[in-house]
Structure formats: structure tokens, C-alpha cells
Design a protein around this ligand. Sequence first.
Ligand SMILES: CC(C)(COP(=O)(O)OP(=O)(O)OC[C@H]1O[C@@H](n2cnc3c(N)ncnc32)[C@H](O)[C@@H]1OP(=O)(O)O)[C@@H](O)C(=O)NCCC(=O)NCCS
Length: 157
Amino acid sequence: MSDWRPMAAADIPAVAAISDVVHGAYTEQAAVYVERLQLYPAGCWLLERDGKAIGYLISHPWAGRQPPVLNHSIQALPKPADHYYLHDLALLTDARGSGAAQAAIGIVRDQARTAGYARIALTAVNGADAFWVRNGFTALTDGETYGSGSVAMEQLL
Ligand SMILES: CC(C)(COP(=O)(O)OP(=O)(O)OC[C@H]1O[C@@H](n2cnc3c(N)ncnc32)[C@H](O)[C@@H]1OP(=O)(O)O)[C@@H](O)C(=O)NCCC(=O)NCCS
């Protein structure tokens, strides 16, 4: 049985290890996860099975058309923010195909609504855009991305 629970500071080494395995060239330094957890704990979740971390979710309010720069500090959340940003959803191979990704997207939708946003944005990498389309996101033809192979996407609530 896998469950999403709020992320804690002690989870960061496990989050960074999952990121390295799952994201390859797009992995980020642990300091990025530490910062997002400090700035917006309500958007940071860990997937556990039998006490072992097998996935994570990082999301937070954001503003404008540029996504947060990958692997860089954002220092503070934008004020005012104008949408909700799904920064990262990563599952170890064993955790996939289980519905955990859809549960995470449900958490993101709920938190975006609770925080008062009508739009969720993300940047799809590593060919995951088809997965996001199946889960209600649309590719933006004029969106800013991380560069080649990444796709700016949105979902309106
Ligand atoms: C993306 C992710 C969270 C989806 O979770 P999941 O449990 O695999 O999702 P589902 O079971 O609902 O969907 C899996 C389908 O999406 C496809 N898919 C998922 N990630 C993909 C990727 N990076 N590239 C290509 N296809 C991908 C799978 O091939 C599978 O397709 P199928 O059903 O035709 O076999 C998970 O696969 C993952 O962590 N991937 C690596 C990290 C990643 O790419 N995160 C998104 C960054 S924007």
C-alpha cells in the first residue's frame, strides 16, 4: 500500500536520491528541494510504501510565463502569484502504474484551488508530455521551457 504524506525536512536525502535516479540530466541539487519545502510545505509531498520513499511531489504558487529556472534557488515565492506550478512529480519505477501519479495530480488540483488559483502550469521533460495530456494538461505553443525536449503545459481549473 502506497500513500502520499506531507514531506518533512528529514525526507530531503531520499527525495534527492529519487530525483537522481528518475531525472538523469534534469536532476536538481538537494538545496532546491530544501528551499521549496521551506517556502511552500503545503505543496511538497512524499510517497511511501512500507516506510520507504518511492516518489515525491513539489509544487507551489508562481507568476508570469517563465518557469522557475531548473536547479536554481527562487529565494521567495512571487507576490502576487498568478498561478500554481507543478514543479516536479517523480516516481521510482516500482511505484508507477499504481494510480499514485493521479493521486498526486489530485493533491495539486486541491491545493491550487484552496490557494485560490484557476490555472496549473508545468514543464514536461523526458517525453512525459503525453502522460500529462492524458491527465488533463494542454501543451502551450508559445510557452517558455527549459530548452529542447521540454514542453510548457497548463491545466485550467
Ligand atoms: C511521469 C510519472 C509521474 C507518471 O507516473 P505513472 O505511474 O508512470 O503514470 P501512469 O501509470 O498513469 O501512466 C504511465 C504512462 O505514461 C507514460 N510515461 C510516463 N512517463 C513517461 C515519460 N517520461 N516518457 C514517456 N512516457 C512516459 C508511460 O509509458 C505509460 O504509458 P502506457 O500507459 O502507454 O504504458 C512517472 O512515470 C515518472 O515519475 N516518470 C519519470 C519522471 C518524470 O518524467 N516526471 C515528470 C516530469 S515533468
